[in-house]
Design a protein. Structure first.
Length: 441
């Protein structure tokens, strides 16, 4: 805007900058007034949707899986668009304040406890360590703001086109191919056309909209917050007692605290999500007030609460191969291996409880990321195809980074060769992953 035009506009606005351009809502649906009393549904009239972008690879969801997928595909030379519904990258890892990077280690066939996370996920972790924003040798804890910065930098350097504040609302499917993904933005509804799509929504939103087969699973949902001045707790004060004030982060005096109800929740119900969001926020403050009123804790304060609920699991793909708990406990190998993940907690197996440091590393086959029907779709993150008994490790940040890296590489190769997810050249995908320093064993 030229300076003269700008000054004129200010003078006319009495303190507000106004423009008459584009004020008319051209997308408004204009119909005759209808009495909607007692009606359960409304039919939306057909309308033309503008195409916002045409690309080789569209990654939907900017969590750990989505970032790894977008960076992998971008570095492979693909034109990539990454859409994210919030204002940051990292998903639950950053905005959800779920700060632990888990499942980074496991035992190999010789019984040695070793690192398994490499590739793009390992690169992110190392960058954070170099900044002093990651602590612990394994099952790392990161700083969320540093995490957002590192991932933003990597996505930009990979040449990825970033579209924030965009929620995928529908897909156009023809002949088992997604022709376009429809997104809702502040500019209105738009379409993104891509050769290959990677569903990194966490809840399998894209494969759900495409009509793929899946199961659903309920589990605990939490809301994380951070407390400040935890280093100033005075344990010598009369009346002091030990309370739960969370765990340390890379920032001195800042702890992260997870709160859950213990109930298994349906996170695909919008009203239920809203109820939990409200209740958890109230619970956080009520709990904090009790802590602060306890002798020794007077200097504590609530630094922030997570911008999104801690959803752990929801939809699970019915794909080309279902990864099983037995696969993960027996060093099963796959010809189409695209990643290796680890363990972070004790789990039951064959009547015994197996601790984290006794659990094997396990391979992830490409087929577990491929839907049954949709030809140009890959899936990464906590919603790919795995047995429910394996969910403690498949839903974790470390595994999300690994599956995202694999899906991004496969999508880039498929787009380059004008082929489908099912018929992609697996050795070519594996070679690309190795070039990008992924761990395939």
């Amino acid at each position: 805007m030229k300076r003269r035009r700008f000054l004129t506009t200010l003078a006319a606005g009495a303190g507000a900058v106004m423009s008459s351009t584009g004020c008319e809502n051209k997308e408004a649906v204009k119909t005759k007034t209808t009495d909607l009393t007692g009606v359960d549904t409304i039919r939306e009239p057909a309308r033309d949707i503008p195409i916002l972008a045409t690309t080789d690879v569209l990654v939907v969801g900017g969590g750990p899986a989505g970032v790894a997928a977008a960076v992998s595909a971008g570095r492979a030379g693909a034109d990539v668009v990454l859409t994210e519904r919030y204002n940051h990258l990292g998903g639950l890892w950053t905005g959800g304040l779920v700060l632990p990077l888990l499942s980074t280690h496991a035992i190999d066939e010789s019984g040695k406890f070793k690192r398994v996370l490499y590739g793009i996920g390992g690169e992110i972790e190392q960058k954070l360590r170099d900044m002093g924003m990651a602590i612990r040798d394994y099952n790392t804890i990161i700083d969320p703001e540093a995490g957002k910065y590192v991932m933003e930098e990597m996505v930009k350097e990979a040449g990825v086109r970033m579209l924030y504040h965009a929620w995928a609302g529908n897909v156009i499917v023809e002949n088992d191919h997604i022709k376009a993904v429809l997104v809702e933005t502040k500019s209105g509804r738009g379409a993104i056309v891509a050769k290959m799509i990677v569903d990194c929504t966490g809840d399998g939103d894209i494969y759900h909209l495409a009509g793929e087969s899946y199961r659903t699973m309920k589990y605990e949902v939490g809301l994380v917050h951070r407390l400040g001045n935890t280093h100033l707790v005075d344990k010598t004060k009369p009346g002091y007692k030990e309370l739960n004030i969370g765990k340390s982060t890379p920032i001195e005096g800042v702890n992260w605290v997870n709160m859950t109800t213990g109930d298994y929740q349906d996170v695909l119900d919008a009203w239920n999500l809203s109820h939990m969001q409200q209740q958890y926020r109230l619970d956080i403050w009520e709990t904090f007030k009790k802590i602060k009123s306890t002798p020794g804790y007077e200097k504590l304060y609530v630094l922030d609460t997570a911008s999104q609920l801690g959803t752990r699991i929801s939809r699970l793909l019915n794909g080309e191969y279902r990864l099983t708990l037995q696969d993960s406990m027996t060093f099963k190998s796959f010809k189409d291996v695209v990643g290796i993940s680890g363990a972070w907690t004790t789990i039951p197996y064959q009547g015994k409880r197996v601790p984290m440091k006794k659990r094997p590393l396990w391979q992830i086959p490409l087929r577990s990321l491929i839907p049954s029907n949709t030809q140009n779709l890959l899936v990464a993150g906590r919603c790919f195809d795995f047995e429910e008994s394996l969910f403690q490790d498949t839903r974790i940040i470390g595994t999300c980074l690994i599956t995202g890296h694999a899906a991004g590489a496969a999508a880039a190769i498929a787009a380059k060769n004008n082929t489908t997810a099912k018929s992609v050249d697996v050795p070519q995908v594996q070679n690309l992953l190795r070039e990008q320093k992924a761990n395939l064993g």
